[in-house]
Design a protein around this ligand. Sequence first.
Ligand code: IDP
Ligand code: MG
Length: 140
Amino acid sequence: MKKEITLAIIKPNATEKKATGKIIDMILEAGFEIKAMKMLHLTKKEAEGFYEVHKDKPFFNDLTDFMSSGPIVVMALEKENAVEDYRKLIGATNPAEAAEGTVRKLFGENIERNAVHGSDSPENGIKEVGYFFSNLEFVN
Ligand code: IDP
Ligand code: MG
């Protein structure tokens, strides 16, 4: 199967509770290769740009406030079937509905503060990675 790229974000509620290392470990243990990684604190505008597809949703304003409220860690992850496998590793959007042992079950607080982001398709994986990383920031 062909290798895919997906974007992972460790969200502000997870960096705040010092779960960054544990989440990165789960990602590596699951067989993902980290091709690019950095920590940053988004402005409200940068968070709005990233979540543009959700701009008409009722939760858009709260979500972008949350995502710009503290440091995040963004990663470009590579693996066969990366998009689907990473979404399996993190669990359902709502931590209350996420399977046992998933990242969101372990570290999410509610449907908004759900610890991590994952791309929803290979096309969006490439697009979202491009929002955060330039070619120079990739390891080969
Ligand atoms: P996903 O992150 O599992 O792909 P999306 O539907 O793409 O879920 O939503 C993006 C993010 O918006 C979620 O990860 C979560 O932080 C937030 N979100 C989604 N649905 C709700 C909601 O109903 N209320 C508040 N926040 C939400
Ligand atoms: Mg999504």
